[in-house]
Design a protein around this ligand. Structure first.
Ligand code: M6R
Length: 611
């Protein structure tokens, strides 16, 4: 999704804005722009496509202003052209925007009737006109922003600069995150705005987050925050660890490859946070917000890969803790008007903690009197702050648009949660707890083993890159993994893929099977292993091409031709965390063979802050 940067600096800011925008690239974008104040006049450079195009525009016509805003745009209203790229200008005002102004059409009609002329197809431009109109009516720039914000409907974050105002940068937040950064040391007195802490990490680690409905007026005297009723408020300054994370690819060609290979370490870190490794027991670093023993049901909502993590965890919560689970994609859940008995628990799962639909589900659940537990990777995210308890995955920043290490860390944390619920509900005794904790503690080492199978995956992927369609099958926790495999392949290679429960094959998808269709089967040695193998006979009988991801040598039991990605032996309980790895590697290498950009696939955004 779009990224916002603003700098009220003490030296030319365009270079630092560009660098900060590079740190927001991971969110996904298709055009970019920067505006600075040059001797009191707004000047801007914009370009369609990647930031290198904007960089070239800046090289050709540099900007030297000490105050500026920058933006990476993920197109919603209007094509990804230079004309639609932000910042948008009108009169005295330049604005950048993340999110959607839902009532832009009505506002635009109103402003056009007053004689305003629009030059883009975006919803954003209406904001520049609205604020400029308020200035022309006699308001100061900050009063004009304060007067205009209540007229905007939707979820958004905004940053403004104004012609003739060398000492004024304004930010506003309603539904999309925005953070203020405070310069220190040789940057003392500088102030920043950013979509997230990562964007500002090289500039500062001292931040204050805007709350919902806030706007902030930045001058070289400091930051003044106002709440949604335009009353001055104090917002806490915090120190963030974001700057400790180096956002580079190391020796890897893509962030996605680096993040896949980080998994032994980050999953171990997440597990160590939730387990007492010496005692071999579960030891969550937070109190459960409900009485787990009497909890009647758990409701889960999430999107995309985080939803797949939720689907896997349903098997664990039900099997280990005997806790009934209802799970739904958040974009449906938020509008379903599901009745929720007071006192229940809602579990949200999100890497970013900012996904609009998941956040809306959180707020719906709170309205229904639920306690809210969120599993998030960004500690300062909106979901973390609005939940009764935020359970943190310790994956570190995930830059590749395709979620990999965040997924396995979510699984690790959810496994620990299932175990904690099992203990509290008396469905797991001390012996079983010790066995399950041992199984979990083995996971990071098994992931490292699975990564050693990369060469085999690469060979296979060279061939898969020629496929038009791919089918993924699995049973039990391998069924959501099959869905995840198909999602991952689709999003970065653009090959059409479907995930199915292996037992469903004969109810329809078998019609697709022929010798051209690769069928990837995820089949750890668990209690449904034999059942899965027998489903494969149905594929073999129709000359389907079977690719079995299973314990090394399992293919010999197939009784039919098949290729194998051999996995290490392991206890079946949490094998999904380990089997996620070859699934990710297949998507990654296939995309690379096809020459696709695995980190920034077309049309996708990392953090989906619009509906
Ligand atoms: O930040 P979140 O975990 O809430 O994001 C949810 C999905 O947008 C995300 O998992 C998406 O499906 C990924 N691109 C999948 O790789």
């Amino acid at each position: 999704m779009c990224g916002i940067v603003g700098i009220l600096g003490s030296e030319p800011v365009a270079g630092n804005i560009l660098e900060a925008l590079k740190r927001l690239e991971y969110r996904g974008y298709d055009s970019a722009g920067i505006a600075t104040l040059e001797n009191g006049r707004i000047a801007r450079r914009r370009a369609a496509g990647k930031l290198k195009n904007l960089e070239a525009a800046l090289d050709a016509e540099p900007l030297f202003g000490h105050l500026g805003i920058g933006h990476t745009r993920w197109a919603t209203h209007g094509r990804p052209t230079a004309d639609n790229a932000h910042p948008h200008l009108n009169g005295q005002v330049a604005v950048v925007h993340n999110g959607i102004i839902e009532n832009f059409r009505a506002l635009r009609d109103e402003l056009e009737a007053k004689g305003h002329k629009f030059t883009s197809e975006t919803d954003t431009e209406v904001v520049a006109h609205l604020v400029d109109d308020a200035i022309k009516s006699g308001l100061s720039p900050s009063d004009a922003v304060a007067a205009s914000l209540p007229r905007l409907k939707g979820a958004f974050a905004l940053a403004f600069i104004f012609e003739g105002e060398e000492d004024l940068l304004i930010g506003a937040r309603q539904g999309a995150p925005l953070v203020v950064g405070f310069g220190a040391g040789e940057r003392a007195g500088e102030l920043y705005l950013g979509s997230d802490a990562l964007a500002l990490a090289p500039l500062t680690d001292e931040l204050a987050y805007l709350e919902e409905g806030d706007h902030v007026v930045l001058t070289r005297q400091g930051a003044k925050f106002y709440d949604e009723s335009n009353q001055p408020v104090a917002r806490k300054r915090i120190r963030t660890a974001a700057s400790a994370f180096l956002i580079d690819k190391g020796n890897y060609r893509h962030f996605m490859a680096k993040e896949i290979h980080e998994q032994p370490e980050v999953v171990a870190r997440t597990l160590a946070h939730c387990l007492d490794l010496a005692a071999g027991t579960v030891a969550l670093p937070f109190e459960l917000p409900v009485d787990a023993a009497s909890l009647p049901r758990l409701t889960i909502a999430a999107c995309g890969t985080a939803f797949m993590a939720g689907l896997v965890s349903r098997y664990w919560f039900e099997r280990i803790a005997k806790l009934p689970v209802e799970i739904e994609v958040a974009s449906e859940f938020r509008y379903r008007e599901a009745p929720m008995e007071k006192g229940g628990l809602m579990l949200l799962i999100s890497q970013s903690g900012e996904t609009a639909d998941t956040l809306a589900s959180l707020r719906y659940a709170k309205k229904c009197g639920q306690k809210v537990l969120s599993v998030v990777n960004v500690a300062t995210s909106t979901m973390a702050r609005e939940s009764d308890v935020a359970a943190l995955t310790l994956a570190g920043p995930e830059i590749g648009v395709a979620s990999t290490k965040a997924f396995t860390c979510q699984l690790a944390l959810l496994a620990c949660l299932a175990l904690a619920f099992g203990k509290a509900r008396g469905t797991v005794d001390a012996k079983e707890e010790a066995r399950l904790v041992a199984a979990l503690m083995a996971v990071p080492g098994l992931i490292a083993e699975a990564l050693k199978r990369e060469a085999a995956v690469e060979t296979l992927s060279r061939d898969l890159a020629k496929a038009r369609d791919v089918l993924y099958l699995g049973r039990g926790t391998s069924y959501p993994l099959a869905l995840e495999g198909a999602l991952k392949l689709k999003e970065i290679s653009y090959i059409h893929a479907e995930g199915y429960a292996a037992g469903e094959l004969k109810h329809g998808p078998i019609a697709l099977v022929d010798s051209d269709l690769p069928v990837i089967v995820i089949a750890p040695r668990d209690k449904v292993f034999e059942k899965t193998l027998s489903n494969l006979q149905e594929v073999a009988a129709r000359n389907g091409r079977i690719i079995l991801i299973s314990e090394t040598g399992a293919v010999d039991h197939l009784g039919a031709e098949g290729e194998e990605i051999g996995m290490p032996e392991m206890a079946p309980d949490f094998s999904a965390i380990v089997y996620a790895v070859p699934v990710q590697l297949i998507a990654y290498h296939t995309a690379v063979f096809m020459g696709k950009d695995a980190d920034q696939p077309r049309n996708l955004a990392k953090s989906v802050t619009v509906e």
